[in-house]
Design a protein around this ligand. Structure first.
Ligand code: TYM
Length: 326
């Protein structure tokens, strides 16, 4: 069975973008693949975190994974930092990555811009991500489009290592669902919807109050035309809402364009809000049942076992090949 793997950072509140870009794809594929889904807590600390808050967010994210439909019996669900072999593997990968490659990453450039005090971890972030992906020979990595460049880097590093030491790593592929291309900020649809709280009105958190979510969608930036058609270049706001609606329903873009021909933006936004609120209410209901349950710790205890076993095997193999051996 082919293997699927993805992770999410427990930084900020989980958004509709994360849900559509990563979680929903994993849920849809959990019967067709062997799936690994982890909480990328080590990636979260590339930016300084409050330890108490981080701990809480890890638990919340785990509860949300399950509430969103990840089945712990079908998936290996684990906490990245509990697998110490990943960081060890990452070090060897770092030593096979050029500074130029790492510093060319768009996310690094964006996050280090106008910021003199960024951590080195922000630069090596995608290499740790390569270790996450390569240790278990993942075939596919469901991500939003913003992470595709990082998966490409993982492939470059894997190719280099395979060329030098023989066939160590499998070549992973990013899996990007067309409608999950990139969910944009509701207020500024040229930016991606992100967890950072700089513009809470533009971002929908899965744990936002349902009425607040409805208001955010009704207040989404559109344009001065009155045409509901998909055109990302000229109508990014409307196109983003169409993307959200198609990602969460069986409607296609064409269906929506047809259904809303001659209708106004208010009606269309209500339609999108109904779809989003319906899906998120169900998630919140399950989340509330789970958050205080001790089942969450059991899930992580179970999930880490296979992950550690595989990572140790890969690390030991590469260590020996590289010459880190007595
Ligand atoms: P994070 O937490 O920033 O994002 C988690 C996932 O959500 C996707 N995503 C989006 N997709 C569509 N529209 C958006 N607006 C949007 N915002 C976020 C991201 O593309 C991502 O798939 N570096 C990873 C975490 C990670 C990882 C890995 C992923 C660490 N190691 C190994 C895959 C494989 C990240 O971006 O997390």
């Amino acid at each position: 069975m082919k293997r699927l793997l993805t992770g999410i950072k427990p930084s900020g509140e989980l958004t509709l973008g994360n849900y559509i870009g990563a979680i929903k794809q994993m849920v849809a594929e959990q019967d067709n693949y062997e799936t690994f889904m982890f909480i990328a807590d080590m990636h979260a600390i590339t930016v300084r975190q409050d330890p108490k808050e981080l701990k809480e967010r890890i638990r919340k994210l785990l509860a949300l994974y399950i509430a969103c439909g990840m089945d712990p019996n079908k998936n290996k669900i684990y906490l990245q930092s509990e697998n110490e072999y990943i960081a060890s593997l990452s070090w060897i990968l770092e030593c096979h990555t050029y500074y130029g490659e790492a510093s060319r990453m768009i996310q690094f450039k964006e996050k280090s811009k106008n910021n003199e005090n960024f951590s080195v971890g922000l630069l090596t972030y995608p290499i740790l991500m390569a270790a996450d992906i390569l240790y278990c020979d993942a075939d596919y990595v469901p991500v939003g489009i913003d992470q595709v460049q990082h998966v490409e880097l993982a492939r470059d590093i894997a190719t280099r290592i395979n060329n030098v030491y023989g066939n160590i790593f499998k070549m992973p592929e990013a899996m990007v669902k067309e409608s999950a291309i990139k969910i944009k900020d509701l207020k500024d649809p040229l930016k991606k919807m992100s967890k950072s709280e700089d513009n809470p009105q533009g971002s929908i958190a899965l744990l936002d109050d349902i009425n607040v979510i409805r208001k955010k969608i009704m207040g989404a930036t559109t344009d001065s035309e009155m045409r509901i058609v998909y055109d990302m270049d000229n109508k990014p706001g409307i196109s983003n809402l169409i993307n959200i609606a198609t990602s969460l329903s069986d409607y296609s873009k064409e269906d929506i364009e047809k259904m809303f021909e001659g209708k106004n933006y208010g009606e269309f936004k209500r339609f999108v809000a109904d779809i989003v609120c319906d899906e998120i209410s169900k998630i919140q209901e399950k989340y509330n049942e789970l958050i205080n349950s001790d089942i969450l710790d059991k899930i992580l205890d179970e999930g880490i076992k296979e992950s550690r076993k595989l990572a140790k095997e890969k690390y030991d193999l590469l260590r020996e090949k590289v010459g880190l051996i007595r």
